[in-house]
Design a protein around this ligand. Sequence first.
Ligand code: SF4
Ligand code: SF4
Ligand code: SF4
Length: 811
Amino acid sequence: MRVLKNEYGDWMVLELRKGAIFVDELRNVSIKIGEVAEEEEEWAPMGPTPFPQIETLRNWDFILLKRYKPFYAPYCDMCCLCTMGKCDLTENKRGACGINLEAQTGRIVAIAVAIGTACHTGHARHMLHDIEHVTGKKLEEIPVDLGPEIAEVAPLTQLITGIKPKTLADLERALRYVEEQITQVMDSIHTGQEGSYLDYESKAFHLGMMDALGKEIADIAQIVAFNLPKGESNQPLIDVGMGTLDRNKAIVLVIGHHAPPAFNIADYIEQNKLNDEVELAGICCTAHDVSRYWPKAKIAGSLGRQLKVVRSGLADVIVIDEQCIRADILYHAGKLGIPVICTNSKAMHGLPDMTRRDPKEVIKYLLDGNPGVVVLDPLKVGEIAVEVARARRKKRGEIKPVLSEEQFMNYAKACTQCGNCTIACPQKIRVGDLMEAAEKGDRKPLEEKWDVCITCGRCEQVCPKKIPIIDMFNFAAWNRILNEKGKVRRGRGPVRDSEIRNVGAPIVLGTIPGVIAIVGCSNYPNGTKDAYTIMNEFASRNYIVVTTGCMAMDAGLYKDEEGKTVYEKYKDDFNGGCVANLGSCVSNAHIHGAAIKVARIFAMRNIRANFEEIADYILNRVGACGVAWGAYSQKAASIATGVNRLGIPVVVGPHGSKYRRAFLGRPYNDEDWMVYDVRSGQKVRIEPAPQDLLVAAETVEEAIPLIAKLCFRPNDTDRGRSIKLTHYIDLSLKYLGRMPDDWHLYVRTESDLPLAKREELLKELEDKHGWKIDWSRKKILEGPIRPYHAGFNPTCVERLFKEGFSSLAKK
Ligand code: SF4
Ligand code: SF4
Ligand code: SF4
């Protein structure tokens, strides 16, 4: 330790790492002992941005925001966030605090992203608490060991903080940093702080990055503490669908995202040999995670099916934890007499906290007809949930539709065709028409729309005849419910380093045409089949398909002509033509991780505390595209924003436009597409690749070619580009019935053109776009935005251009 005087004569104490302190003859000195940190292992040279603060990566954000200008579509042009309001922000007016509509929209975006980030981070914190409680171990006693094939154990933690965690205590240190950053950004949202929409977007990017880090911490923690899969391929298939639930058994339904209470239910079933008597099924990410822990658990459905499942009466008891649970779960469960057990302080629904009571007492309380309880100790949940379900099963008979035939017909007749439901319906379902058909004896239309309905319940709120519309759907689709039986690959967690070694070069050179990450919620414009269609289309074309969350489960509900789901049809690998389910929403972090590992393992870049360089690498070289087709929660906003900051574009469905902003590129604007070429030492105008960073598509037909287009990267080799162009053109022809109008922008040389169509396309370039072609050699003489050079070495960051990349390759 060194003690020095500063220039004003004040004593300054420098950091002490190890050793003893002797204080002699010092006056007016206070000694504070803070955290005693072990010296960080020098696993790689420390990069420029360990533990970045709000401003640290602003330069990178502004590079992205200059090219991908935020396009705002505010839902509301008023602000009522403080008591000086509400303020009218229309026609360039400013609020009482001075904010304008652009900055206010950026601020609202940042709020949404902050909520999502807080959810994943709060989940991570809760996970660490529960791990210590459930395992009886301290965090420093639990190693972060993901097996022999994963040396880069926590790519996001390594990239952002510089820590390569050895134990969960190291991850906890990273988590404290995330929590501080969320607080700092939330501070900036207060009245009278930030006034620039670009800075709000930069702050949202910062939160998105924190979101990714929080997810990585949460998932790695549950993997190592509860022995979930560590990236192994060929995971077992899990039953998905309401029809897979054995109605002869007592059914425990878990809903949410924080699975330790559900793990305890699985343990209780196993320890008491109740497999023949009790079924454990889930909705949303708890379903994924409990099946990662215990593959006998089933997935009842995704978030969009929550009320379909609850109101079908299938559950004997409902256990909720956190996130994506309906706020009115108690009302719907209560109507059917299903008790609800709240296991997480974030969702307690006004119920009495009986955590400290004897489980037998709680079981009796619930069986006496009380609507529910709070039990915050995951070690007590198993016994209470299972025994309540078993007792209720003994009393109930066969599970039938909630409505009788007579009630169904009476309700159908009661409909006045007022149309209120259609106005309220986010899916614009013409419920009145369905009722009219049902009244006439045709239930098919109602059954067909069952899948498109996302059970938001808004129609029921406005129906003057109080028709229980969701029950009407369930009645008409009862046979479909009973036969809904699919398969999902169990979530496997991280991508292995060995897999990256195989695919790093083909991804960067473009010969694997892209990595398609299909994630998120289930608010699809046209039903769950879209999830299957997108996944199947890209896997069949040798793209790498990875998936998580609700889209992963919905895709497993559909089968091809041979009766196979995508998980049975394609191998479970991180490779071209494969489909890998990584797990729940927090497992999304492994998608970021895979992209970071391409930079680390294939390109030998130093990833330690080096976010800007690695994001620049990914933006220019890793042809990946996220798809959140049914995005609706604030977590989907934070997920997409975090992916965007890492240089990966995202396509969302039409409901995604309600996030109020898109990041759209302007292909015609030369200055937006200038990059530095390290090889030539020149600034070069590149093709618009990737064209957008966040974009909504209206239909799956529009989305699929767009996803293919967003896999173009300036670094593609000519062979890679010709493969990508082939798919882009082919998918446009298949889904839109026409050639894309911008395909020529991506042609740098004749060898970029798909071989089978080369002559035809050269002709079109000449005729439609005025390019000069030497027909004797079939060569392009004039026309492309830039010529192709195999050694092209792009970066968007002037600092990297001047100072060079940080390579770990042996010289
Ligand atoms: S935060 Fe600003 S714009 Fe919003 S209500 Fe208050 S004063 Fe008006
Ligand atoms: S519950 Fe279904 S039909 Fe009713 S408003 Fe929501 S999506 Fe539309
Ligand atoms: S709101 Fe009710 S009464 Fe009106 S059309 Fe819809 S179902 Fe019929």
